[in-house]
Design a protein around this ligand. Structure first.
Ligand code: SAM
Ligand code: SF4
Length: 432
């Protein structure tokens, strides 16, 4: 979501005549697009922006800005103004459309700070038609719903990105059609909870209807989406995905924890049993699909037994892979003021244990791919080895394979997997 916001910021800047540069030393403007979902990246922003003081002293015309959800936190603008006085420009996730006006202000010699201060209980508006400068490649992000209504107790997103607002059905269809015409082959539909899509539009259409309408868009061979909340994953949606041609057989379903006590404290709205039931319905309807997840260790009050339940759930469900996070308290969230915060060293020990259990499972699952032939969408040259091409299977496994005269970026090729690893599979082209 944050990276897609950066594409819009870049689009707005290019429209104003700016061009990208690789080095901060050559820049006329530097904008940090931040995220406050976890603590670490937030801390880094302060350090990185502080380092730019030197450049600003050498070139007082350099514009330094901070954008993104970090600045939407209460009191953050004042904190930045005090600790980083060389910052000229601050704008929130819902103010990107105001960037030209803010730049006028900065260029006239003033500071420009603008964050969305609407009522988080009410809808914010959606601004259509902003220029988006997408990174060249095969895949394009498309936002379908902004904000979140879930208030998981650990999460800051609902406070900084506001309530759920779905884009109009037709606006999304038109954008994806355009992307197909522009040469993109894959779209990734974005939202904090994509399966809440349409609820606020009240025209009776939901996420499953959107997927059906987007299936077979000319030029678009694959549709992905992130993220879907396990609580809202309906049988209608499973059916739609199972019967669609282009929606990929990959389900990213954040479990977060394996203990029902912790899940209740997190306000996730499901039990482990319900989650496992969903997984088995999905696996039955879409055989061979991959299932990945997000997991948090060290939620307040998580004891050894709770953590053991997470490990057991991971072993039983056997995810293809998992994003694992150490819980970090976020200002203003319910969990931040819960008693029994878990000590840092316990969290570190638990995450290491969790990662090692999951890595073993990932490797075991990937080993079963050996000798099989998979459809791969070619993304281009491998980032780590320029004599190889890289791409992904429909189940979102990264595959690299030797350059081939008939294979180019955006092509769908059949690749035989010859060697498997945790993160990258190696293969050879069998047909184009
Ligand atoms: N909306 C998505 C969902 O509910 O699955 C995920 C959005 S969140 C930006 C991405 C992941 O960050 C979450 O699934 C969760 O695992 C993790 N996360 C969120 N808040 C966190 C916190 N305070 N500490 C650690 N991890 C956190
Ligand atoms: Fe955060 Fe929960 Fe919303 Fe995801 S669903 S963004 S974890 S509050």
């Amino acid at each position: 979501m944050n990276e897609h916001d950066s594409e819009i910021i870049r689009g707005v800047l290019e429209q104003r005549g700016f061009q990208a540069t690789d080095s901060p030393d050559n820049a006329d403007i530097i904008i940090f697009n931040t995220c406050c979902v976890r603590e670490n990246p937030e801390r880094k922003v302060y350090g990185r922006v502080a380092e730019l003081k030197r450049l600003k002293m050498e070139n007082p015309d350099l514009i330094i800005g901070i954008a993104g959800c970090m600045v939407q936190q209460p009191g953050e603008v004042e904190r930045i103004a005090k600790r980083l006085p060389h910052v000229d420009l601050i704008f929130g996730t819902m103010n990107i459309h105001e960037l030209p006006e803010l730049l006028d202000q900065v260029e006239a010699g003033y500071k420009a700070y603008r964050i969305w201060e609407g009522d988080v209980e009410r809808d914010g508006s959606i601004i259509e038609g902003l220029p988006i400068r997408r990174a060249p490649g095969v895949s394009a992000w498309v936002s379908i719903i902004y904000g979140c209504n879930n208030f998981c107790s650990y999460c800051i997103v609902p406070y900084v990105r506001g309530r759920e607002r779905s884009r109009e059905f037709q606006d999304i269809i038109d954008e994806v059609k355009r992307l197909g015409q522009e040469g993109f082959h894959e779209v990734v539909l974005l939202g904090q909870n994509v399966n809440a899509y349409g609820r606020d539009l009240r025209d009776g259409r939901d996420f499953a209807d959107l997927l059906r309408a987007l299936d077979k868009t000319p030029g678009i061979s694959r549709i992905r989406y992130m993220t879907s909340h396990p609580r809202d994953f309906t049988d209608k949606l499973i059916y739609e995905i199972a019967s669609s041609e282009t929606v990929c057989e990959h389900f990213h379903l954040p479990l977060q924890a394996g203990s029902d006590r912790v899940l209740a404290g997190m306000n996730r709205g499901y039990t482990l049993e319900r989650y496992m039931d969903l997984v088995s319905r999905i696996r039955k309807a879409v055989p061979g699909c991959s299932i990945t997840t997000d997991l948090i260790v060290g939620f307040p009050g998580e004891d050894d037994d709770d953590f053991a339940e997470t490990l057991r759930a991971v072993e039983e469900i056997r995810f293809d892979s998992a994003f694992t996070f150490v819980y970090s308290p976020r200002r203003g969230t319910v969990a931040a003021s819960m008693p029994d915060q878990v000590p840092g060293e316990v969290k570190t020990e638990r995450i290491q244990q969790l990662i090692s259990v999951q890595n073993e499972i990932t490797e075991q699952i990937n080993r079963t791919l050996k000798e099989s032939v998979r459809e791969v969408l070619v993304e281009g040259e491998s980032k780590t080895n320029p004599s190889m091409l890289s791409g992904r299977t429909r189940t979102n496994k990264l595959v690299i394979f030797p350059l081939h005269p008939d294979v180019s970026q955006g092509g769908l090729v059949k690749v035989k997997i010859t060697e498997t690893r945790a993160w990258t599979q190696i293969g050879e082209v069998v047909s184009v």
